[in-house]
Ligand binder design. Structure first.
Ligand SMILES: Cc1cc2nc3c(=O)[nH]c(=O)nc-3n(C[C@H](O)[C@H](O)[C@H](O)COP(=O)(O)OP(=O)(O)OC[C@H]3O[C@@H](n4cnc5c(N)ncnc54)[C@H](O)[C@@H]3O)c2cc1C
Length: 481
């Protein structure tokens, strides 16, 4: 058996000892064996039985699968059945003592991408970094708002995750179906990957299907399909009542429903049907962006009112009646809406729910500074995690936090692998643009960990902030892909 250019004679000997192999294992430092055995793309790992049968062949180095194949082969030869994980499982200490570490990142969204790039930049190539995502593409979600009013096309806000491989990050396009914390492995539909470090960045799952009649009556503001539907509905709209509805809390990007209302208002004005339309925002919140100080919420309410958008706080949504096009609150109050744009309920992804990582909140509790879970070497960042703020409220779910947390987690892991103790801590820093329509935006940012409530600076809305948001989008899609 030959192994790739990153292995040395010593590491091959280590392998032989660890797996008790009877056949030679040789490094392929100059790639000569690779070239001899290839025509184009060839599997990295091939396991050949003594009778010449190829018992394992993989395009990538699938350590868990390879270990299992070796165990099975040995069992066949010796007649002793190994336990399922015997050959693949190593304790964290044993893994760290070996030269190469494996970091598995679940999710190729904001947090996953930033963590992967930062780790790759700090670690040598002997360390492997995997990103697993069930989607082939990374979607820049905040641009869904522009897509909805025709300012973006789909291809402009998506990038193939496969491009990560150009940067030395291994991308697995598959669904994560199991996180086994005890055995320190992750299963996808097709593969098993064991890890030294795990970063859970699976985001929040939206579940419009949990509301009866959602598909018939509402357009999902938080999905590509929904944004497409909103665009078509707005194009066909000739006047009537538009409702922007927040169905439940928490939801990601607290500004998004308000931005949607502002953008729709501006769109309908430009289309010449504003005077025949009403726009309403229905939400269970007591103010827009309830984690922020009351003054910020009040300024958004003021801007809504200035544009004739009617605001209905403390609207506790209960159900939809598609037959009469009504949304009904828990107190029985019903509102008829011609065009409904809705933020669906959010929950932790199914695989996380069955992993044992969730706390009573329904999200993964983490240390506010380190983003560590209670399991060694296991981190959770972004929307799937929850951090309680000094005010007793939770840190909002937003890409900016997923991004900043990912940088901190990557530093901690890289330093730990290199034998250093790092003091990197997430300090609660975050910011947010608020699209106001007509090419204008507002901006607020500051420290969300400030006690007793976040300390934020709010900038005067203007065109420059809108262009700042556009520039950030362009930078993001170019920087990581
Ligand atoms: C309309 C809209 C506007 C927004 N605007 C802003 C904004 O202006 N500013 C801001 O900061 N934030 C904004 N956000 C929020 C921001 O997009 C999210 O908070 C951010 O993407 C969270 O990052 P994450 O890494 O936690 O999760 P995500 O980016 O959601 O990534 C999670 C990934 O996990 C994958 N995944 C999930 N389950 C599985 C599974 N079982 N197997 C494999 N893969 C899986 C998903 O496919 C996804 O790629 C907006 C969101 C929306 C919808």
């Amino acid at each position: 058996m030959y192994v790739g250019p990153f292995e040395t004679t010593e590491s091959c000997d280590e392998w032989k000892r660890e797996y008790d192999l009877a056949f030679p294992v040789v490094p392929d430092a100059d790639g000569a064996l690779f070239r001899r055995l290839t025509s184009g793309w060839v599997p990295w790992s091939i396991l050949v039985a003594p009778d010449g049968e190829v018992v394992f062949s993989e395009n990538e180095f699938d350590e868990a699968g390879f270990g299992a194949a070796i165990s099975q082969l040995l069992a066949k030869q010796t007649g002793v059945a190994p336990t399922a994980t015997e050959s693949t499982q190593r304790t964290p200490a044993a893994r760290r003592a070996s030269k190469a570490a494996t970091v598995v990142i679940l999710g190729g969204g904001v947090g996953g991408i930033v963590a992967a790039h930062n780790l790759r930049a700090s670690l040598g190539e002997e360390h492997r970094i995997f990103v697993i995502d069930r989607s082939p593409d990374h979607l820049f979600q905040s641009s869904l708002l522009w897509l909805m009013v025709g300012d973006r096309r789909e291809h402009q806000i998506r990038r193939p995750l496969e491009r990560l491989t150009r940067r030395g990050i291994e991308f697995v396009h598959d669904e994560v179906v199991e996180i086994d914390l005890e055995r320190r492995l992750v299963r996808t539909r097709a593969r098993t990957l064991d890890f030294d470090y795990l970063i859970v960045a699976l985001g929040a799952r939206t579940v419009p299907e949990s509301i009866e009649g959602f598909g018939e009556m509402a357009h999902d503001l938080y999905s590509l399909e929904g944004s497409r539907g909103i665009k078509n509905a707005l194009d066909a709209f000739t006047g009537g009542k538009v409702g922007v509805l927040v169905t439940s809390m928490p939801f990601k990007c607290p500004a998004a429903p308000y931005e949607a209302a502002f953008l729709v208002e501006s769109f309908l004005r430009a289309k010449g049907v504003r005077d025949r339309s009403e726009i309403h925002v229905y939400t269970p919140e007591h103010q827009p962006m309830p984690v922020a100080p009351a003054a910020l919420g009040a300024s958004i309410v003021e801007m809504l009112s200035a544009r004739g958008i009617q605001y209905h706080p403390l609207f506790t949504f209960q159900k939809m009646r598609p037959e009469t096009r009504e949304i009904v609150a828990a107190d029985g109050h019903a509102e008829k809406v011609d065009l409904l744009i809705a933020v669906p309920p959010h929950q932790a992804p199914e695989v996380v729910r069955s992993s044992g990582l969730l706390g009573v909140s329904g999200w993964i509790p983490v240390d506010p500074g380190t983003l560590r879970t209670e399991h060694e070497g296991v981190f959770a960042i972004g929307d799937v995690s929850t951090v309680r703020l000094p005010s007793g409220k939770s840190l909002p779910k937003a890409g900016v936090f997923a991004h900043n947390q990912a940088v901190v987690v990557a530093r901690q892991i890289a330093d730990e692998i290199r034998g250093r103790r790092d003091g990197a801590r997430f300090d609660g820093g975050g910011y947010c643009w608020i699209e106001l329509g007509d090419g204008r935006a507002g901006f607020a940012g500051g420290n969300f960990y400030h006690d007793p409530e976040p300390r934020l600076r709010v900038a005067r809305p203007g065109r420059a902030w809108h262009w700042g948001k556009v520039a950030f989008e362009k930078w993001w899609l170019r920087r990581w892909f």
